[in-house]
Design a protein around this ligand. Structure first.
Ligand code: SF4
Length: 163
């Protein structure tokens, strides 16, 4: 597993939100995909054929199979996939290229988008994605970057990756 990425959204903000880990439908393109070396056994047991984590219906909503609605937490938090660690930032497919973008639907992003905090986090994210092991991880996992067709209004491209 590649070096950890410090989260942008404070944990207490995440825990009080009702957005992440829940989807509009069971085959939502927002479900996280798993990278090749993300071999956590529990995670691998809960994948659909396309390598995304399964979503299930629970208490009237569609949610990630690992989401624990009673306390808004993730059952595999310490071993959650790269895509979950990166969120609300996203890998975006741009033809042969890959960019990093941000999901503007995240309330914390909406609040901070034009603050210094956001600007300095983007700078640290750019440094993170310049590390050789991270570049190689993205190169090995070409299925991770998403197209986000139909969600163009919710996704802002921030910078292109050097791979
Ligand atoms: S694996 Fe965890 S963090 Fe990722 S979508 Fe599922 S519940 Fe959320």
């Amino acid at each position: 597993m590649i070096k950890n990425l410090p989260p942008f959204v404070p944990q207490e903000v995440c825990l009080s939100c009702d957005g992440c880990c829940r989807f509009s439908e069971e085959n939502s393109s927002w479900r996280p995909k798993i990278g090749q070396e993300e071999t956590d056994a529990r995670c691998r047991q809960e994948l659909d054929e396309d390598g995304t984590i399964k979503a299930i219906e629970c208490r009237g909503q569609v949610q990630c199979v690992f989401f624990q609605a009673e306390d808004n937490t993730c059952a595999i938090y310490q071993r959650r996939p790269f895509e979950c660690r990166l969120y609300p930032f996203l890998l975006i497919r741009k033809g042969d290229d890959v960019a990093v973008g941000v999901h503007l639907s995240c309330p914390h992003v909406r609040e901070k988008r034009h603050d210094e905090d956001f600007k300095s986090y983007i700078e640290s994210l750019q440094e993170y994605f310049q590390q050789q092991e991270v570049i190689e991880f993205v190169q090995r996992n070409q299925a991770l970057p998403g197209n986000y067709f139909g969600y163009e209004q919710e996704v802002e491209c921030l910078f292109q990756l050097p791979c």
